[in-house]
Design a protein around this ligand. Structure first.
Ligand SMILES: N[C@@H](CCC(=O)N[C@@H](CS)C(=O)NCC(=O)O)C(=O)O
Length: 233
């Protein structure tokens, strides 16, 4: 059976990482059985030293995009057969917006914002032994802040990042409209990607300005609830 490696359930969603949620939901949508392993020690054994990765009967695949590609090809998954070429091209570009832009707003909202950091620290580091739990959280937080600065978004003000995040929420809300899924009344693999990005703002038990901004869009809230009642109830 396929094993999916991630950080573990956190903040009321299936994993703290949107990329792990993406793969988990895709597997459920494709009806592929999988065992979900939350084992932080596996991070260094991951092909890209990041979560998620899968172990597909001895073949390890890292990176959510490559995992979805591997699964689609190997198991002949037909989730996108109802999409035309234009819709597939749109899904590809929308994915990059969520994975490469909105994701960094999420990182900022959790690791940098002082009102959320204590909650994140408690969830991630409360189990580790003293004295590491006194030292490690701040070292890792500093490293995340440096990564954000090098990536570029760490140079924006919080107001600017909230503006960027809201452009994504607003665009997603417009694209979804009153449909059940992003490409109409049939689910597609892009829904795994969109839900993964949205649930980390909407379905989590955080209430910072980024979460509240996302929750201004009623159709996005209903969308998350729809996916959760179908796949996570
Ligand atoms: N492009 C990758 C991104 C994966 C990623 O950034 N994972 C983060 C968690 S959200 C991670 O494992 N971070 C741990 C680290 O960098 O040490 C994907 O789509 O899977």
């Amino acid at each position: 059976m396929i094993k999916l490696y991630g950080f573990g359930k956190a903040f009321g969603v299936v994993d703290a990482s949107p990329f792990v949620v993406k793969v988990d939901l895709f597997l459920k949508m494709a009806q592929i059985d999988c065992e979900y392993m939350s084992d932080f020690n596996q991070l260094k054994k991951s092909p890209k030293h990041k979560f998620p990765f899968i172990d597909d009967n001895g073949t390890k695949v890292g990176d959510s995009a490559f995992i979805l590609k591997h699964l689609t090809e190997k198991y002949d998954i037909k989730l996108d057969v109802h999409l035309d070429a234009t819709q597939k091209a749109q899904a590809s570009l929308y994915t990059k917006a969520l994975d490469e832009s909105l994701y960094w707003c999420l990182v900022y909202s959790r690791w940098v914002k002082d009102d959320t950091w204590p909650l994140l620290k408690d969830a991630f580091f409360s189990e580790i032994p003293i004295p590491f739990k006194w030292i490690m959280p701040n070292i890792i937080r500093k490293d995340v802040k440096n990564t954000l600065r090098r990536q570029g978004y760490g140079r924006h003000s919080e107001t600017e990042l909230l503006t960027i995040a809201d452009e994504h929420f607003s665009a997603l809300s417009t694209l979804l409209g009153e449909s059940d899924y992003f490409f109409g009344d049939k689910i597609s693999s892009f829904d795994a990607i969109a839900y993964a990005a949205l649930c980390e703002f909407i379905s989590v038990d955080f209430f910072n300005s980024f979460n509240q901004q996302a929750r201004k869009y009623d159709n996005l809230i209903r969308y998350c609830q729809r996916i959760e009642s179908q796949y996570y109830s």
